[in-house]
Ligand binder design. Structure first.
Ligand SMILES: Cc1cc2nc3c(=O)[nH]c(=O)nc-3n(C[C@H](O)[C@H](O)[C@H](O)COP(=O)(O)OP(=O)(O)OC[C@H]3O[C@@H](n4cnc5c(N)ncnc54)[C@H](O)[C@@H]3O)c2cc1C
Length: 381
């Protein structure tokens, strides 16, 4: 069996793992990235690439998102075009409960440091997004600093950059087993050989519970399935990233669905429409007719003129969340070189800066003060 040694081994080639590989390699770490399927084949290839500010859950992720908002140009200079567009983000509201929820969200976002967000009238919303239904919306939440990237390009370009800096990328190489000795992960067993690394980073998204179990570690990470669809390219229709206000009030219904329309039109003219959310078992990524039908109905409720759109593809992705709905970031208590990075909500835009924190940890052994609350050791497992 082939044996290899690295400073850092990252498991998972989504945006988070690929960003970590890039940032570690750029700091001089001898780095390997293991991915069980293709690079960019998990949740990171299933989303419309919204770069979210408005619904950041805590001060850490808000500060990362605000910093990244100012860095897209320099990021693209460094890794290449990821189709960043400063579209602004609109959350149309169709009833008073949504208005109340979004008013609270605006206050929360302002407390976290996002000044430029607020509720606007229906008329103002229609000026910003003329295809919205005049009769159905009662107002909107507007966040001008939001934007959109092409998530495939971001993921793949970060992985390519890591490779160009000397990182070894191992797609189609699942981590199958971890050998733990004296409180350290000693060896990673894969079909491509045995790997030793000073630091082992689990960036395994929805699969983190199983990956951590290989080291005898139990973390309360679960997953949900988000279903989405995309249309044929059409003439410009939508200008902004649009997130349905219904997604901020809806608890799962009696059939287990949370339904809302999150839409955007890509540079090539395709309209991407997400999402129906459910909680499946066995990593089931199939689409449901009910979910897609209800999302389409909701999209048409907000944008009646989309009724001629021809949908060409649908898919779903599995996204992780934790018991307390906050991310996990840090070393697991009993295993001194096992670093878990998981459940950062809407991780696309903040992945480069999450990765920078991991690379800084590798270099200095320091976790930033504002990230300490997200230690995996906060759970009583
Ligand atoms: C429909 C939908 C819409 C979304 N919209 C947005 C949005 O607009 N903006 C946004 O920021 N976020 C959005 N998200 C969420 C976003 O996709 C995730 O936050 C992000 O992709 C998580 O990245 P990740 O690298 O942590 O996970 P993933 O991309 O899932 O990567 C984890 C990787 O680990 C690999 N892996 C797991 N176990 C092993 C193993 N044992 N060995 C080797 N490899 C392993 C998996 O194959 C996978 O590739 C959306 C999600 C969905 C489903």
């Amino acid at each position: 069996m082939k044996k290899m040694k690295f400073d850092a081994a990252i498991i998972g080639g989504g945006v988070v793992g690929s960003a970590i590989a890039w940032k570690l390699a750029s700091k001089g770490a001898k780095t390997v990235l293991l991915e069980k399927d293709d690079i960019c084949s998990g949740a990171s290839c299933t989303n419309p690439g919204f770069c979210v500010l408005s619904y950041r859950e805590n001060a850490l992720t808000m500060s990362l998102a605000l910093r990244q908002q100012r860095q897209w140009e320099s990021l693209q200079d460094e890794i290449g075009d990821v189709e960043y567009e400063a579209t602004g983000g609109l959350i149309p509201l169709t009833d008073e409960s949504q208005e109340e929820a979004l008013s609270k969200l605006c206050s929360h976002a302002k407390k976290l440091g996002l000044d430029d967000i607020g509720l606007i009238s229906a008329k103002e919303a229609i000026n910003l997004e003329p295809a919205l239904s005049e009769t159905r919306i009662i107002g909107a939440c507007w966040c001008p600093g939001e934007g959109r990237v092409n998530p495939f390009k971001l993921n793949l370009r970060m992985a390519d950059k890591a490779k160009s800096l000397g990182a070894k990328l191992m797609p189609h190489t699942p981590l199958e087993k971890m050998i733990v000795e004296n409180g350290r992960v000693k060896t990673l067993i894969t079909p491509g050989g045995e790997i030793e690394a000073e630091l082992v980073i689990l960036a395994t998204g929805a699969w983190t519970k199983d990956a951590a179990k290989m080291a005898g570690v139990s973390v309360p990470v679960f997953y949900e399935r988000g279903e989405a669809m995309v249309s044929m390219p059409v003439a410009p229709l939508l200008k902004r990233i649009i997130t349905d206000g219904a997604l901020f009030t809806g608890a799962p219904d009696e059939r287990g669905f949370v339904i809302g329309a999150a839409l955007t039109q890509t540079k090539d003219g395709n309209v991407v429409i997400a999402q129906a959310t459910t909680r499946p078992s066995n990593y089931d990524k199939s689409n449901t007719l009910e979910g897609m039908k209800r999302v389409a109905e909701r999209a048409l409720y907000l944008f009646p003129t989309l009724n001629e759109l021809e949908i060409i593809r649908m898919w779903s992705g599995l996204v992780s969340y934790t018991a307390d709905k906050q991310p996990i970031f840090g070393i697991y208590r009993d295993i001194e070189n096992l670093f878990i990075v998981n459940s950062f909500h809407s991780a696309i835009a903040i992945s480069p800066l999450i990765a920078e924190m991991v690379a800084d940890y590798w270099k200095t052994g320091i976790i930033p003060q504002e990230a300490k609350a997200y230690t995996p050791n906060r759970f009583n497992t």
